[in-house]
Design a protein around this ligand. Structure first.
Ligand SMILES: [Zn+2]
Length: 71
């Protein structure tokens, strides 16, 4: 059970639990991953997504820049 993502809420989220948000923050079903955080504030799986090294140089930056043009 503690290993299932999405079991932690704002009330139960501990210092060493993964703070990856799951679901819609405006929904009552919103929760956090809650697995043991081992890489910063995220579990291994989510840290991999959050701290993804830029594979293509400038890829993400270019995307952000082109998006900003439309916002
Ligand atoms: Zn996680």
């Amino acid at each position: 059970m503690p290993d299932l993502p999405g079991t932690a809420t704002v009330m139960t989220l501990g210092a060493h639990m993964c703070k990856w948000p799951i679901g819609d923050p405006s929904s009552t079903e919103f929760s956090f991953c809650g697995r043991r955080a081992s890489e910063g504030v995220y579990c291994i799986e989510h840290a991999r997504v959050a701290y993804q090294p830029q594979v293509k140089r400038g890829g993400a930056t270019d995307l952000a820049r082109s998006l900003r043009r439309y916002i």
